[in-house]
Ligand binder design. Sequence first.
Ligand code: CTP
Length: 420
Amino acid sequence: MLNDRYILLIVGGGIAAYKALDLVRRLKERKARVRAVMTAGAQEFVTPLSFAALTGERVHTDLFDRLEEADIGHIRLAREADLVIVAPATANLLARMAHGLADDLAATVLLATTVPILVAPAMNPTMWTHPATAANVATLRARGIHVVGPGTGVMAEPESGTGRLAEPLDIVATAEAILAGQPVIAPVASTAPAVPMPVPPGPLSDAHVLVTSGPTHEPIDPVRYLANRSSGKQGHAIAAAAAAVGARVTLISGPVALPDPAGVTVIKVQTAREMLKAVEAALPADVLVAAAAVADWRTSGTAPEKIKKVPGARGPTLALVENPDVLATIARRRTHRPDLVVGFAAETENIVENAVAKRARKGCDWIVANDVSPETGIMGGDRNTIHLVTPTGVESWSPASKDEVARRLVQRIADALKGE
Ligand code: CTP
């Protein structure tokens, strides 16, 4: 898949720069062409000569190198690649990307490129969980930049936590998925912040926002479960967008193949009952956004041992019982009911009427109704057509990506909390 593809590797300045050498080796094994750009910081850790030897190409380091400009030029360098990988992406490099700086060759190439970008962050765990980094990563994600890692474990410094560069093979697998146009399932997930950090000022800076996301898995026996196809992308995007504007966010997520959004406390659950318990334990909160696709039913009992096939016998019958409704339970609480409770609805017909009825039935304040009728081509697609049902009426939004829906919803929540 990487055969003859041209990868531009931008190496940031961190101790993990030496691992980028292994990444080059892995990319070359797969017959990719690799050209490296190194920041000044990167050259403090590894020499350009090492990258030149492994890539078999000249290594680029200087924006104002006349020889280099005459030879290829930074704009061509940025555009000719099939993919740009930034590994390690330091906190500083992520910040410069988020703010569009062009103060060295690496940042200039990143600003000038029009091809997909994959960043593999690596830094000290406290820097990773800092709200500034969280906001920068959320900004980059919202721009469609792919993120892999960082991982959790012991760091080069005598410290452990989240901040290790993703494994080179995980970076390669993510790069392959991007080039194949497949959904990117970043293989390494980060964990919740190890150190509580002050929340930066922003529209939601005093708010605690709870978000549910993903599917739930309801066990049948020790190896099987009932589930649905929810990816969790919308709920995770809302959590990231709320964190980016300063909220303290608790994301309660069923099993998903997504990295934890930076700067968000993530509580992982399997079943609907666990999700309800986790949401209740996370109260008090100012806002609940229930974006999870909670399984409506679970089996009436979980078999303690794996259910065996019996030759010739009929298959087992599953008896189902209803799960608790997380949204409705929280919306109807007498104590610690969040000021704003927002539910989701996926509708294929009579969208607004059904959403209005659902709002009343669940006792929530708003319903974000997603028009999933076949003519919108939304199921599995990237753009959503939303009708926001509130006590004062219905707003219909123009089709937008999940990230854009998340940003608009968070903005509406911030306005509502301010009383606008
Ligand atoms: N929800 C929940 N707990 C459940 C079921 C649903 O919290 N056990 C929440 C979802 O997170 C979402 C909303 O309720 O916010 C969706 O309601 P639901 O009744 O499941 O509606 P739809 O999925 O739209 O399906 P239907 O219209 O068939 O009821």
